[in-house]
Structure formats: structure tokens, C-alpha cells
Design a protein around this ligand. Sequence first.
Ligand code: ADP
Ligand code: MG
Length: 502
Amino acid sequence: MGSSALLTGLIAGLFLWISVAHADTTDDGALLCTCINDKGTCKNGTCRGDYCFYTLVNDLEERGCFTNNHREQCYTSFKGFFVQCCKEEKCNTFITPPSVITGTPTTTSPEAHRPELWITVSLLFLFVTTCACGLMLLLRFRRTACRQRDPESHDVKILKVPSGDDPTYGNIYDEFCTSGSGTGLPYLVQRTMARQISLVECVGKGRYGEVWRGTWMGESVAVKIFSSRDEHSWFRETEIYNTVQLRHDNILGFIASDMTSKNSSTQLWLVTHYHELGSLYDFLQYSSLDPESCLRMCLSVACGLVHLHTEIVSSQEKPAIAHRDLKSRNILVKRNGQCCIADLGLAVIHSQSHDYLDVGNNPRVGTKRYMAPEVLDETIRVDVFESYKQTDIWALGLVFWEITRRTAVNGIVEDYRPPFFDLVPSDPSFEEMKKVVCVDQQRPSLHNRLHSHPILSAIVKIMKECWYQNPTARLTALRIRKTLSKLDHDSDFSIEKLKRDV
Ligand code: ADP
Ligand code: MG
């Protein structure tokens, strides 16, 4: 309590100091700029900020405003990304990119000729770093106490009632984000943190990059290093985590995003919470579950998906998000037996209240094995947000199927297999998937034991309702979460009753 009050004071002081330090250069947000494609801030084609900017990122142009907090980005530049800032009324209206974007910085800081501001910036760096170190010391102190309370280490065979605390670095975020948009950590802090990480071991290779376990101030973090082929996913994920309020137990916790340019190559990092049990796909290879643990796992994924899919219209507003690449490899398992959803690189954002649908510009497509029939036969209505949610539900049914295969009933359990393992080869083509899912309308087979258990038969019913050919007939994430919560509640109740009867 004391530490968070102290920290809140420090942060508030920091921001007060920043605003005072810059009071002589700008009236906050006073400069009128041309605004194009900069969602959320544009009003009638203009916005107000401390700097006007122009960016070109993979052929997508933006014109808009920066605040003092993001001034750093004015002179960040790398291959394929052109940025220029200026500091006069609507000065970004006619900026155009050079014909070749080399990756050398395109703009010097507008204050480069003013040494007092450089001193201010350096002091700011020093201050942020000192705050981060102080914070770490405090957190280390608290963590030691937590460890003493929970000395259990992970050992998973048949997971009955999973237990264990998650890492505490979630608190860093909560304590820093005292006000404002309530989204990502301040940009400078993200950058500073990312550069203090030491990479320890590679824990996974995906289609487009590697995931490393790193340490930051003695705490494990996951560092996803995107290959340059997948820079769109990094941009998208960074954008979403920094603009949308996504803190949720069942969404992978974001820490920082960083881009560095070394010898003309760009390194793109996404730093998140580290989950030692790995992805759900990894976990199911070596673990089996009992029906109650299966239910809680399914419920946790459904809770994460409801949070993504739901638009929140309040002070903590959040647009609706559809994932578009839901699969067991993109879900991580936490020590408490719940899951969290990861990898938002393909996500689609929708706000009914602000009337926009943002499908991004990522050329990557979802994983073929998990594609819904309307994606495979290309009848999906790409301009309707609901369509994307419906494809997530299809994939959710497949994830439930993978979990239930590894759930034991009367000692019977199946080996891990990916969906449609018996119908398509290991790296199925679009056409092979289309034949199975659309032409033959096949669905994953369900073992008899699942029908004999009340919890599992209810989950089977949900799966079948996720797999309707007609996307509009499928259940919603909210309906699924409600049904599973009720089952969970009822099963707790019957266990209690059993205990009472004994
Ligand atoms: P893909 O989703 O294509 O498998 P990713 O690059 O997203 O590729 O992840 C690769 C692997 O790295 C995952 O399957 C998982 O085993 C591991 N991994 C990813 N994120 C984390 C994390 N936050 N904590 C621990 N392990 C992770
Ligand atoms: Mg992934």
C-alpha cells in the first residue's frame, strides 16, 4: 500500500515535472495539425498536439499530432518507415516521403539547437531509469514475501487443482498506469525496460520469429522477436496493446514494445509476461486433465475471448476486437491452470460508438487448420465485424476439442492431436482444408467417454454449436462463457454437497 502510494507520488511528480519543464515551449496540445488516418484523435481532419507528424509505414500514410510524451518517435526511423515531425500550424499537410526510404533518421529533434531542452531530456531519462530501479527494488522486496508464502514449484502430471501465483510484474503496469488512457506504459519507460532485458534462452520458434525467456531485474519476461517478414504483426500488436485497455487475467499481459535499428537491420521486440508452462499446445502434449480442470481451462479461454470481443463504452472504453488466429499455440497456460490469449498481430478492431472497423493491413492470414468454412470458401463478409467474431468461435470450438481429448474420464484419455489430424496432412494446404471443412463438411470426431460425463457432454454440445456451417448460427463468446460459468458453479455446488453428505 505504502509502496504504491510512494510510486504514484513519484509518477505524478514525474509527469508534473515534464509538463513544467516544457511549459516554455508549448501550451499543451495547442498546435493545430492536419489529421489523416490517425484514429481516435482526428476531428474534422485536424487535431491538436505538441508536434505535427507525418508517417509512412508500409504504404500506409498517417498525418496527425504527437504529444510531448511521444516526442522521441519524431526522430526514430528505420527501413520501410518514414517519419517526419514539425512544429508549426498544419505544417504536416504537404510533407511527402523520399522515393527511397533508407532507414537513416529523417528528422532531427525540433529542439536540437536548444541545449537546455537536451539537458531536460537527459534528466528525464535519468529520472525514469531511477524510478524504474526504485520500483524494481520495491517489487523484489514484495516478491520475496510472496515466495515464502508459496514455495510450490511446477510439476504437472494429471492436473487436478492447479495452483501457483503468477509473476508479480503485472503490478509494475498497474502501479505506473495511474491515470490517462489506462493503456500501455509510457513510451520512454517501455523503451528503457526493453533495453535492460538480458535474453536467457530461446523457448519457442513460431512461423515468423522466436520467443525468448529473458530477465528484467531478476524477473522472467517473454521476449518475442519478430522476423522482418512479420513486421506488420509487431506494428499491429504494439498498436493494440498501446491504445486499447486490455488488462485481463485471460489476455497475455503486455510489458513493452521496442524497435531498434542495428547496422541497418531492424529488431522488433514485444515483451510480455512469461508463462513457464508454455502454450496450451505445448502443455497438452505432456499433461492430461480431469473434467473440472478442463472446464476451468475452457472457461478461462472463453472469458479472455469475451473480453476481446466486447466493446466497452465508459470512461475505461475499449473497442471490440476479433483475434483471427485463435489456436492452442496462441494460448498460454498459467500456473493457476487458467489460460491467457496471446498474439494479436492479426486482430481486427471495431467500435460501434465511434463507427469504425479497422482490419489493419497485415498480409498474414490465419492458420489454415483453424480456418472457418466461410474463410476457406471465401464467402466471409469482410466488411462486417461480426463475421470475424464468428470465425473466432469456430476456432474456439477446435481449441475446446483439443483440451477435451486430453481429459480423462474413468482412466480413459486420448493422445494429443491437432484438429483434423485424421483428415489432412501435417501442413495442410488451403485446398485440402477447404475439401474437408466446406465440401465434405467434416467435423472433429468425439470420443464416446465424453458423452458419459455431465461436464464434458455439456462442453461437447458447445463445441458442436461452434461448428455450424452457417456462421450466424454459432454461439457467441458471451453465451459460451455463461454456460461454462454455470457448469462451473454447479460442479462446485455438487462437490460441496458431496462433502456435506459424506
Ligand atoms: P506460434 O504462435 O506460431 O507458435 P509464437 O512465436 O507466438 O509462435 O510462439 C512460439 C512459442 O513460444 C509458443 O508456442 C510457446 O511455446 C512459446 N511462447 C510464446 N509466448 C510465450 C510466453 N509469453 N511465455 C512462455 N512461452 C511463450
Ligand atoms: Mg503465436
